[in-house]
Design a binder for this molecule. Structure first.
Ligand code: NAI
Length: 270
């Protein structure tokens, strides 16, 4: 059900790779809620071609941009304001990748070049997006910027290796720019800390199915699905959350506040 929550708003949505992507769900819901937006992803992800189907369904243009490149982000923001006919009201950062995770490196064996890549792609790109948006004065008053995070920023999950560090940086950047853009233009910046979700990025993590099942059993509401995460993003883009900023907001079915659940205890009693 749609409520016209984003009627007349203009946005930029990154990270829709396929129909499992959290960003894919956000785009579909933003469209249903009356927003117009551009879609963006790394040029290499475009080759898979799926994003074209989403663009068609949402009547959106695609602007390729490697989120680590300030130059490409400059093009993204200037083209977006031009295509959409005005300044931007919401931005979704839904970007994450760790070459170390891809190659199965443990925390003690990280390749440092890849480590820097993980941080650049998954965290600094959030900073770069806001840097460009500010420099171009591309954001409207009361715009809303959301990044996606994971609880490994606060607690240790050994298999999450350098992505844990990247998420900690991402959440810190939300506070740094949340303060700055809040003062400058009443813009709010938040991160959503999402449950494990079956997507390309999620499933790439070693032992994903086990910790997906564990989190599901540990959370009183079960794992939050991608569609529900998209609903939460929409609420943060809407005018109903104008005073929420610089927060890391758990969207995890209660996982982060649960010590242990009966279901998990039962597994040890077997
Ligand atoms: P996904 O694999 O569908 O999305 C990740 C996106 O990042 C892809 O579209 C990919 O093309 C894009 N990307 C990678 N390198 C890029 C670059 N250099 N420039 C621009 N885009 C680039 O997976 P998902 O799960 O939808 O990931 C979205 C966000 O949600 C990520 O930040 C991820 O860490 C976060 N998240 C995911 C969870 C999960 O279990 N799937 C849990 C909590 C957070």
């Amino acid at each position: 059900m749609a409520y016209n929550l984003l009627k007349g708003k203009r946005g930029i949505i990154s990270g829709a790779l396929d129909e499992n992507s959290i960003a894919w769900h956000v785009a579909e819901k933003a469209h249903a809620e009356g927003a117009t937006f551009t879609l963006t992803n790394a040029p290499i992800a475009m080759r898979m071609g799926k994003i074209n189907d989403l663009a068609k369904a949402c009547n959106a243009e695609i602007i390729p941009a490697d989120a680590t490149s300030v130059e490409e982000l400059e093009n993204l923001f200037s083209k977006s304001t031009e295509i959409l006919g005005g300044k931007i009201d919401f931005v979704l950062h839904s970007i994450g990748m760790s070459p170390n995770i891809r190659k199965g490196k443990s925390y003690g064996e990280l390749n440092y070049d890849w480590y820097q890549k993980s941080i650049d792609i998954s965290a600094l790109s959030f900073h770069k997006m806001m840097h460009v948006a500010e420099k171009q004065d591309a954001l409207n008053e009361w715009a809303s910027i959301v990044g996606l995070s994971y609880i490994a920023a606060q607690r240790t999950y050994p298999f999450y290796t350098d992505m844990a560090d990247a998420k900690a940086v991402l959440e810190s950047i939300a506070r740094g720019y949340g303060y700055r853009l809040g003062k400058a233009k009443n813009v709010r910046v938040n991160t959503i800390s999402q449950s494990p979700t079956k997507t390309t990025a999620g499933s790439g993590i070693d032992g994903f199915q086990s910790f997906y099942d564990f989190a599901d059993k540990q959370s009183p509401l079960g794992n939050a699905p991608a569609g529900a995460c998209a609903d939460y993003c929409i609420s943060l883009f809407s005018d109903l959350t104008r005073m929420v900023t610089m927060q890391n907001l758990y969207h995890d079915g209660g996982y982060s506040s649960t010590g242990i659940s009966e279901e998990v205890i039962e597994m040890f009693n077997k």
